[in-house]
Design a protein around this ligand. Structure first.
Ligand code: ARG
Length: 459
């Protein structure tokens, strides 16, 4: 095992159980690109202020670039016994270039270094997730355009409530994902701040050019307080919170897809490529993608809770507890990155059973509110109209009829304001068409929502 870079003040070497316990290299090794990018920017800046000679800075840059290539190509593996990625790279650099490697850490601490690396890592990986979210919206919008006239029941309490369209239902999810994208953008904007220069906690006496490093690494700002610079993980919490909420949205949608694809509903049929069979029951076609997405939302929520709990009792500034941030953040990023393409593909290939949706909308008295509204239009107070229609529904339940099957005579027995035109009014397509306020299910209103969403998302 290589000597520890902090071994100077210790008489004994660390117990092997402690070595394994506190090492983060097994999981933080995935930040090697970011660690090296940060170190190169730091070295260039140290040279620009005269703390490093141009030769040393050059040797550091060449050495680090070679290390990055060797790791990428599998020539260098993470097995030199180092504690974490920062020490792994620094000791490998020193092994390769000698004393210049030992000068790299001037004016820097692993505390501000790790705060930088994780920000860079999140920024690098959030971009792919963001475009996956936009892609999901694009698929939802395409599918909504196909189904502007596909009538289905809308539900409250999972009881048929009022007729809507499948397009309208899909657009509800577009709204959720648009908010998710907005939250992710907010998070990225707020975390666009360079922590390097915070040192271990109290800054550093070297006249570091923090703005130069910020420019080099593409940060808009520098942190304003060195304690906060190393202790802050708000960006991890914000990221986790917006990804957990996104997963909750996918989970709600998943639950609907599980229900809709059941024999009891049969509103949709999953494409063979996006469903799975049973090892024992030959007839089964299971909605595993939806179920696993729903299941994985649990670990996303777990990641958020891990981060909040990790932070809540921490005194300023750095504490080793903060090392626990990375696995939670990585797992969230991985989980969402895995769910998105499978989920989007499942929605893209979903076969929609328009006949079943319409049939469901036509039973279950989803037009009862419209029947009451008809009477209101004829001067009856809404509460009285509600009562009349409630009685008619009860009557239908006894006779096994739907409201539109009742004779005018029966309707007039309940209330003499009914006329022949009521039958057009309570036809489900008419019920949908009348709800044409902005945000409503009428095809023209949904078409407008689609247009707005496409414009806002640039798709
Ligand atoms: N591996 C550590 C982490 O992830 C790096 C920072 C270590 N700093 C320290 N003072 N022990 O948090």
């Amino acid at each position: 095992m290589a000597d520890k870079l902090w071994a100077g003040r210790f008489e004994k070497s660390t117990d092997t159980t402690v070595n394994d316990f506190h090492a983060s290299l097994p999981f933080d090794c995935r930040m090697f690109e970011q660690d090296i990018r940060g170190s190169i920017a730091h070295a260039r800046m140290l040279a620009s202020i005269g703390v490093l000679t141009p030769e040393d800075a050059r040797a550091i840059e060449v050495g680090l670039t070679a290390i990055a290539e060797d790791i990428r190509d599998g020539r260098l593996t993470f097995d030199n016994g180092a504690e974490d990625i920062h020490m792994f790279i620094e000791s490998e650099l020193t092994r390769r270039i000698g004393d210049a490697g030992k000068r790299l850490h001037t004016g820097r601490s692993r505390n501000d270094q790790v705060a930088l690396d994780l920000r860079l890592y999140v920024r690098d990986h959030a971009a792919g997730i963001r475009s996956g979210m936009v892609e999901l919206c694009a698929v939802l919008l395409d599918r909504a355009e196909e189904h502007l006239d596909t009538v289905m029941p809308g539900y409250t309490h999972l009881q048929r409530a009022q007729p809507i369209t499948f397009a309208h239902h899909l657009m509800a999810y577009v709204e959720m994902v648009r908010r998710d994208i907005g939250r992710l953008d907010d998070t990225l904007r707020r975390m666009d701040v360079l922590p390097l220069g915070s040192g271990a906690l109290a800054g550093t006496p070297y006249p570091l050019d923090r703005r130069m490093v910020a420019r080099e690494l593409g940060f808009a700002e520098i942190t304003h307080n060195s304690l906060d610079g190393v202790a802050d993980r708000d960006y991890a919490v914000e990221l986790a919170s917006c990804l957990a909420l996104f997963m909750v949205h996918l989970s709600r949608f998943s639950e609907e897809i599980v229900l809709w694809s059941s024999q009891e509903f049969r509103f949709v049929e999953l494409d063979d490529a996006f469903s799975t069979g049973s090892s024992i029951m030959p007839q089964k076609k299971n909605p595993d993608v939806a179920e696993l997405t729903r299941g994985k939302s649990g670990r996303a929520i777990g990641g958020l809770v891990t981060l909040l709990t990790m932070l809540k009792g921490l005194p300023l500034a750095y504490n080793k507890d903060l090392q626990e941030d990375k696995e939670a953040v990585f797992d969230l990023l991985d989980t969402v990155s895995m769910c998105l393409p499978a989920f989007t593909g499942m929605v893209r290939t979903l076969r929609v059973r328009e006949d079943k949706m319409r049939a469901a909308a036509m039973s279950g008295f989803t037009n009862a509110t419209d029947l009451a509204d008809y009477l209101v239009g004829r001067g009856l107070p809404f509460r009285d109209a509600h009562e009349v229609c409630g009685r008619l529904v009860r009557h239908c339940e006894l006779t096994g009829q739907s409201l539109e099957e009742l004779s005018l005579e029966t309707l007039r027995e309940a209330c003499d304001l009914f006329e022949n035109d009521v039958y057009n009014v309570i036809q489900v397509d008419a019920c949908v068409r009348r709800r044409s306020l902005p945000g409503g299910p009428a095809p023209e209103a949904v078409r407008e929502s689609i247009r707005q969403a496409r414009e806002a998302l640039g798709i």
